[in-house]
Design a protein. Structure first.
Length: 331
């Protein structure tokens, strides 16, 4: 029998609801508590997902001795604060993507986790899908040769609302951090840290990037082209081009259940790789596996890679002139 990991959820927002739904199908997981600034919201969440305890505040959730791990589901701008709070209270932390607002915050979170000897991981759920595991396996085996290009897009239409987190600079708004993080994580996973970074962005009236394209170049002649938008729908597919063929991940590629493989001189083949429940189950199980193995980080989403991705994002934002108000505090 696997040791049961007792969970608390910090912030009962939309993504936390998806995570709680996925957690129900995760082996050896128990949702024990939820914390919110609003007791009413926390009580509704607890009733819907079966949490036994409700905390009207984040400090008391972090101090709850009946939980082992905390999922951080608050907006990007609070990830550092809430992660460090929970780590100092002896909790393992799974922090929703993007890991932080910038690399300075990410480095502090990682340093704190290592000092406290607690497991910390960025909740990049797509990396744990069976389809993405198969992509890594095929690439490692050289099925399509050496990777020369990664192309991925992610776009959806959001009605403009200056107060919504997507358009709010104070909450780390913009397409880059909210959905561009997926393409950047894919590129880092397959090609590593880029040698050169460039891109273009269309800025909205609230000062966040609403549509953009990022181009990454690598020393091994590989490249990545990533497009993102919070103002229009896009095909939402990913293509990995190699010297001996290609892999296509159909829409939505970040939550894939199929892979199309094309090798030189051979017919296309399609692999069906279904995921459990709503997909969030896989990252929860991967994270809990690290806790049970007494590992401070996860091999699929290591901390140094989360930090490298944040550094790439920082450089992109620097080029575009995007600066979040909270960055003044640790500039």
């Amino acid at each position: 029998m696997k040791k049961t990991i007792r969970w608390g959820i910090l912030g009962p927002g939309a993504v936390s609801r998806k995570f709680a739904a996925g957690l129900k199908s995760a082996e050896g997981a128990e949702l024990v508590a939820v914390g919110s600034r609003s007791r009413e919201r926390a009580e509704r969440f607890a009733a819907e997902y079966g949490a036994r305890r409700v905390h009207a505040g984040y400090e008391t959730l972090a101090d709850d001795d009946g939980i082992d791990a905390v999922y951080i589901g608050t907006p990007h701008s609070y990830h550092r604060e809430h992660t460090i709070l929970c780590l100092h209270h002896g909790k393992h932390v799974l922090c929703e993507k993007p890991f932080a607002l910038d690399a300075v915050e990410a480095a502090e979170m990682i340093r704190t986790a290592r000092e406290q000897r607690r497991t910390l991981m960025e909740a990049m759920w797509m990396r744990f899908f069976p389809a993405m595991e198969k992509v890594r396996e095929l690439v490692a085996e050289g099925v399509i040769g050496d990777i020369r290009r990664v192309a991925a897009d992610f776009g959806f239409h959001a009605d403009f609302d200056p107060a919504h987190r997507l358009f709010n600079r104070f909450l780390g708004g913009g397409a880059l951090l909210d959905i561009g993080i997926y393409g950047l994580s894919l590129a880092h996973m397959l090609l590593g840290t880029p040698a050169r970074i460039s891109g273009t962005a269309r800025m909205g009236e609230t000062g966040v990037d609403e549509e953009s394209t990022v181009m990454l170049a690598y020393e091994n002649s590989g490249s990545a082209v990533l497009t993102m938008s919070i103002r229009r729908d896009t095909p939402c597919e990913a293509l990995i081009l190699g010297t001996d063929g290609w892999l296509r991940i159909p829409s939505p590629w970040w939550a894939a259940s199929r892979i199309v493989i094309k090798r030189e001189g051979k017919e296309e083949t399609t692999l069906d790789l279904p995921f459990k429940a709503n997909g969030f189950t896989h990252e929860a199980e991967g994270f809990m596996g690290s806790i049970r193995a007494v590992k401070l980080e996860n091999d699929v989403m290591p901390l140094d890679e989360s930090l490298a991705i944040m550094r790439t994002i920082d450089e992109i934002r620097r080029q575009w002139g995007i600066r979040f108000p909270s960055e003044r505090e640790h500039a």
